[in-house]
Write a protein that binds this ligand. Structure first.
Ligand code: SF4
Length: 143
């Protein structure tokens, strides 16, 4: 754990000192939140959401991002967070499902999701999401 923290701090220092642009790929959302400025979330090889770090962690739009964030442990036992538990297995990336690649596990999936792949579209302030519900007026996701 301390080696991990040292490496993260080293990357952060190098970025500040040398003005580097870094592409950081990780499953560790705590480090992603600590280190990054802008985040792209991928599911089965496709980007499903892009936003600046603060927006993504505070106001995620895509159901997959919401499920990921709901699984991050909170070190304060008094804080109760609603978990979004995904069921089913991750499909093979060699033979991904038709339509939205997330539809086999998405709790909000409906008919259109099974046939039409959602495009990654702007939802405001440089925030982008690839979900049919995001672009349907009057609909709102509830994690
Ligand atoms: S497009 Fe459909 S299946 Fe895909 S994330 Fe949105 S609601 Fe879920």
């Amino acid at each position: 754990m301390s080696v991990k923290a040292q490496i993260v701090n080293l990357l952060s220092d190098l970025q500040d000192e040398l003005g580097l642009a870094l592409l950081f790929i990780s499953h560790d959302l705590a480090i992603v939140e600590h280190l990054t400025h802008r985040v792209a979330v991928m599911y089965l090889g496709k980007i499903v959401e892009v936003a600046d770090r603060r927006t993504l962690f505070a106001e995620s739009h895509h159901p997959y991002t919401q499920a990921l964030l709901s699984a991050v442990p909170v070190p304060d036992p008094t804080i109760k967070r609603q978990r979004m538990i995904l069921t089913g297995d991750v499909p093979s990336p060699i033979n991904p499902p038709a339509g939205c690649r997330f539809h086999t596990r998405c709790p909000f999936a409906f008919d259109r999701c099974r046939t039409e792949e959602p495009a990654l579209k702007a939802v405001g302030n440089g925030h982008m999401s690839a979900c049919h519900l995001d672009h349907a007026p009057g609909t709102q996701l509830v994690a």
